[in-house]
Design a protein around this ligand. Structure first.
Ligand SMILES: Cc1cc2nc3c(=O)[nH]c(=O)nc-3n(C[C@H](O)[C@H](O)[C@H](O)COP(=O)(O)O)c2cc1C
Length: 365
């Protein structure tokens, strides 16, 4: 018993909703764009995820529910039988190694281009293009003006999330994570800079939160709330989803938290630089669900921060991005205070095994 007590809670087995995890260290969703051009996951991806099965939970890279929601070439999808079969091989391997895995379902919204979407259009809440260029086959180009989703089209998009969630479960996932962060479609509805609608999906904080609540509720009804998670990044201010008015952000994300609190979701992941601040902890009080925290891009999620978040009960689990891609055995390294591999940003988004499956694990002679 005393032996067990000496293990910090971060590294000890834990229950996250219905999921039994081997530790509270979560691999954050990390886009690596190494699937086939039609979005089918491949052997290389299987090796990469299998190497990281010792994380308590793996959240997959953002995966498109329908090609119109695709943001990059060779980003994986979960729309076809080939996608399901490819992901099934990955979940089987991760499970065989004792890991757990949920799929991040990501509709890119206006962070796309007709060349990628295949429908001749890209969609968003309002006709405001992304301020960032979009990468297509000829290089980086200005983001196009998106098609404004009509009230009639919104249920179709919600249905696309639902179908993708069902497909993810058919692929053997332990659950899904709806991507509501980082400036993609759901976040575009939340952020006043990207949503200037005057109907029931725009204007007030409650209205801007509506689409997110509807998507999450529909997915939870389809696959079970305990299998459904979501990621938000309030005040992250990237890709033109700007939430610079703190009072407005509080009102929007509290409305959102209230709208999903009755569901009893499997998890809610929040990306924020101030995990113990009023926004995150206010949301946490309202949401009746385990909270995974990610401290965001401003600093690396390091060992001391992660340990502190759990020891001080600021979060139920901690997700780690860059150090997870560079350290397949991060839980062991952190537990033993062993040296870490440095992530190489030059290989984040290029194809191939280099900087993907060749980061070494600890070797003992
Ligand atoms: C290469 C790379 C790809 C990422 N892809 C995604 C993604 O697909 N979905 C997502 O929600 N966040 C994505 N993120 C953000 C990470 O999940 C995480 O929030 C961020 O890296 C900060 O955490 P860290 O300091 O532990 O790296 C990505 C980050 C990086 C570096």
């Amino acid at each position: 018993m005393s032996e067990h007590k000496s293990v910090p809670a971060l590294f000890a087995p834990a229950q996250l909703g219905e999921l039994e995890l081997s530790n509270r260290l979560v691999m954050a969703p990390l886009t690596r764009i190494r699937a086939e051009t039609d979005g089918t996951p491949n052997e290389l991806m299987k090796e990469y995820y299998a190497q990281r099965a010792s994380f308590g939970l793996i959240i997959t890279e953002g995966t498109w529910p329908i090609q119109e929601g695709r943001t990059w070439d060779t980003q994986p999808g979960i729309a076809t039988q080939q996608h399901i079969d490819g992901w099934r091989e990955i979940t089987d391997e991760v499970h065989a190694r004792g890991g757990k895995m949920v799929m991040q379902i990501m509709h890119g919204g206006r962070i796309s281009h007709p060349e990628l979407s295949g429908t001749g259009r890209i969609v968003a809440p309002s006709a405001i293009p992304s301020p960032n260029p979009i990468r297509i086959s000829t290089g980086k180009v200005n983001a196009p003006v998106p098609h404004v989703l009509t009230q009639e089209e919104i249920p179709e998009i919600i249905e696309q999330f639902v179908t993708a969630a069902r497909n993810a479960m058919a692929a053997g996932m332990d659950g899904v994570q709806v991507h509501g962060a980082n400036g993609y479609l759901i976040h575009e509805f939340l952020a006043p800079s990207a949503n200037t609608r005057t109907d029931s999906y725009g204007g007030s904080p409650e209205n801007r939160a509506r689409f997110a609540i509807e998507v999450i509720t529909a997915v939870a009804e389809a696959i079970g709330a305990d299998k459904t998670g979501v990621r938000f990044s309030p005040e992250h201010n990237i890709q033109g989803a700007v939430e610079s008015d703190h009072e407005d952000a509080l009102a929007t994300y509290f409305a959102l938290a209230e709208g999903i609190s009755g569901l009893k979701l499997g998890h809610v992941e929040i990306v924020h630089h101030e995990p113990d601040g009023d926004l995150v902890q206010g949301m946490r009080k309202l949401i009746d669900a385990p909270v995974i925290l990610n401290t965001g891009f401003t600093r690396f999620s390091n060992r001391e921060v992660a340990l502190g978040l759990i020891e001080n009960s600021v979060a139920d689990a901690v997700s780690v991005g860059r150090l997870a891609l560079a350290n397949p055995d991060l839980a062991q390294r952190w537990q033993e205070q062993a040296p870490l591999n440095e992530p190489n940003p030059e290989t984040f988004y290029v194809g191939g095994a280099k900087g993907y499956t060749d980061y070494p694990v600890l070797q003992y002679s």
